[in-house]
Design a protein around this ligand. Structure first.
Ligand code: PXL
Length: 272
């Protein structure tokens, strides 16, 4: 069985963060492990998110736990401080594939991120990564090019991010690029490949970014070539968004069980 691990924040509402990662890992038939960097909660009275820190020593013990055995592919999500990024970067020193989802601009998390964290991502983590999966806003920040509004600018940003040492940059165009027909861009250090796909019109898409990176991580663990991993992840997230569901008055989530649970959920059948 392939083992996939995530080092990420917890999204208590279950759409993004390590909850999305673990559900997606399982949907892809891989065994998921997790280290929690922080916890994001939702105030039901206001819909506002809060970020709760955990002691750094506790993260260190979780990292030791997940690395107690072999891991086939590793993903990072929300790493909200420089100290957390530096500790994580120091503990992933061997050559297992690392997928960095540079969570900077996600829903519910964008208020928490400091420039210090962005610099640590650029200096410590991205040089070690096989793949990084920024959205348009995150790609603008990591590349220091600011707001990106065209495919040409996405290409420029991907080139700048690749200079940090990460081998494959996958920028998600999302609805910010185009609200109907968008594209994801892959740069492997030499050539660009685009993956056009329609935007599925639904407000219930929370967790899509985490789910995308987790799907790539699981596919890489299963030895898919990079292009196939990206294509598989895009298709899966499209299905997960299409089956998204409202979870509370403020937010609706993608359905991480879109493939194996979507059509044939386990139902009790009375044989008598
Ligand atoms: O933006 C994605 C994300 C990542 N990680 C955690 C989150 C969220 C969004 O809410 O809560 C922990």
């Amino acid at each position: 069985m392939k083992k996939t691990a995530t080092i990420a924040g917890s999204d208590a509402t279950g759409g993004g963060g390590l909850e999305a990662d673990l559900k997606t890992f399982q949907e892809f038939g891989t065994f998921g492990l997790a280290a929690i960097t922080s916890i994001v909660t939702l105030d039901p009275a206001t819909g506002r998110h809060s970020l709760h820190q955990l002691p750094l020593a506790l993260l260190q013990e979780q990292l030791a736990s997940i690395f107690a055995g072999p891991i086939d592919a590793l993903k990072t999500g929300l790493l909200p401080t420089r100290e957390i990024i530096e500790l994580t970067a120091a503990k992933i020193t061997n050559n297992r594939p690392l997928i960095v989802d540079p969570v900077i601009g996600g829903k519910g998390t964008q208020d928490f991120i400091e420039n210090d964290q962005v610099q640590a991502l650029r200096e410590k983590l991205l040089p070690q990564a096989l793949i990084t999966t920024p959205n348009l806003r995150e790609a603008g920040i990591l590349s220091e090019l600011g707001e990106l509004t065209s495919e040409k600018q996405m290409q420029q940003a991907a080139k700048k991010i690749a200079l940090l040492g990460v081998k494959h940059v996958v920028i998600k165009g999302g609805t910010r690029l185009n609200s109907e027909q968008t594209l994801d861009l892959h740069y492997d250090g030499q050539t660009f490949q685009t993956y056009p796909h329609p935007v599925i019109a639904t407000p219930y898409n929370h967790g899509a970014g985490c789910t995308f990176a987790a799907a790539i991580t699981a596919a890489i663990a299963k030895n898919y070539p990079i292009e196939a991993a990206i294509k598989t992840a895009i298709d899966f997230v499209q299905a997960a968004i299409a089956q998204g569901e409202k979870i509370n008055p403020y937010v609706g989530h993608v359905w991480h069980g879109a493939y194996t649970q979507g059509e044939k959920r386990m139902e009790y059948v009375d044989e008598n």
